[in-house]
Design a protein around this ligand. Structure first.
Ligand code: PMP
Length: 409
């Protein structure tokens, strides 16, 4: 069992008061807070080690390079990548997906090709493919959802067929929390020789991930959603596929040789990391992973399941509430997206802020999904390692208070 009250003490921001109330931070699907351990690792880097990597022969540059490479090894171990060369540091999930669409996509798709995604996706896993089909004349297809927000797997072998070249889908929906059976879909894609990309932005921070067990070709996630800093993310790719792919951005560090006439590219992963990378971000992400490993990813999943079970039980007592997403906590990650009759989600979010409670309201960058489920927006509470059942109880009390408040205005 996670002692979340004790964990919360490691996060300076959680000691803050918001509008005279102790902060209850339930906006973790958007970004998570940072423990002192991560903040200090970044501060230590700038205070003691800061230098550019890879090209220097002086002590600071060698130390920076060592720490950056260590961060890559740590990420590789975290997702059980067979090697560190499969790990590319990006700005985040969005850039990781764009990298694949821009390089692998442009090189491998034509008018006979089909891309398959799902109706659950974040805009970051829709828009790059919508743009790519314009440039390659390929087609974009969607695996549909059922009314409870789970994927409909019934016609999978028709949607994924011999024209399918890539299947790109989220592991966990940021809009409504659905956990997809990605193994089933990866298998289906493999049966027709299609490549797979898993958007793990909402899963890598919350449950164990093993890319070798999954068998996916690419996997993307963001440091800031797992206690790390913003501006650092990961693209995992199978090494043989990365080696075949054209370069993404061009410039320093990604080259092998440059003449005035032409250039050749460095080996993977350097081929995909043009320019000075986010060195401090990588070091912060390594510290975040160290912190998560101390708690253990299995315990984090269990903790969030318990919180979700508790909140669902409490919220189902609220008259007329519409809770989006799957019934069972087995199919649902640690987030609850909902609507309350006669209270607009933005008004609810503003009311809760006066009580020190931070939630997200709106379309959660999943506009087509929220529309498909019959809304324009929803309120979303999302949890992490430092959240407690007491916070949930306070949250539910304040939702009930808000209903009374808005009845009277
Ligand atoms: N995919 C999913 C499922 C997400 O939740 C998010 C972030 N909300 C993204 C992609 C994009 O992540 P980032 O903004 O860190 O690039």
């Amino acid at each position: 069992m996670i002692q979340s009250q004790d964990i919360a003490k490691d996060f300076p921001i959680l000691q803050r008061k918001i509008n005279d109330n102790k902060l209850i931070y339930f906006d973790n699907a958007a970004t998570t807070q940072k423990p002192t351990h991560v903040i200090e690792s970044i501060s230590n880097f700038y205070s003691n080690t800061n230098s550019n990597i890879h090209r220097g022969v002086h002590t600071l540059s060698m130390e920076s390079t060592y720490e950056y490479d260590q961060a890559k090894d740590k990420v590789a171990e975290f997702i059980n990548s067979p090697n560190s060369e499969s790990i590319i540091f990006t700005r985040g999930t969005t850039e990781s997906i764009n990298l694949v669409a821009e390089t692998w996509g442009k090189a491998n798709l034509d008018e006979s090709s089909e891309i398959v995604i799902t109706e659950l996706e974040h805009h970051s896993n829709i828009v790059p493919w919508q743009e790519l089909i314009k440039e390659t004349n390929s087609k974009l297809k969607y695996i549909p959802i059922n009314s409870d927000g789970t994927l409909n797997y019934e016609n999978l072998n028709q949607i994924i067929n011999s024209n399918t070249k890539i299947v790109s889908l989220t592991h966990v929906s940021n809009g409504i929390g659905t956990i997809n059976n990605i193994k089933k879909i990866i298998k289906e894609a493999q049966s027709v020789g299609a490549i797979t990309l898993i958007d793990a932005a909402q899963s890598a921070p919350h449950m164990p991930i093993d890319v070798q067990d999954l068998g996916c070709d690419f996997l993307a996630f963001s440091g800031h959603k797992m206690l790390g800093p913003t501006g650092i993310g990961v693209l995992y790719g199978k090494k043989d596929i990365l080696e075949e792919m054209p370069a993404y951005q061009k410039g320093g560090d990604m080259i092998l040789e440059v003449t005035y006439e032409k250039s050749s590219w460095n080996e993977v992963p350097f081929k995909f990391e043009a320019g000075t990378p986010n060195i401090a971000g990588a070091i912060g992400l390594k510290s975040a992973i160290d912190y998560l490993n101390l708690i253990s990813m299995d315990s984090i999943r269990e903790h969030e399941k318990e919180l979700t079970e508790h909140i669902l039980k409490e919220m189902r007592n609220i008259d007329g509430i519409d809770i989006l997403g799957p019934e069972s906590v087995e199919d649902r990650a640690g987030l609850v997206s909902f609507n309350i009759p006669n209270v607009h989600p933005h008004d609810l979010g503003t009311y809760l802020d006066t009580k020190g409670i931070a939630i997200r309201t709106g379309h959660h960058c999943a506009m087509p999904l929220i529309k498909k489920l019959g809304s324009h927006s929803s309120a979303r509470a999302s949890f992490y390692v430092y959240n407690t059942k007491n916070e949930i109880n306070e949250f539910v009390t304040q939702i009930n208070n808000s209903i009374k408040y808005f009845d009277n205005v």
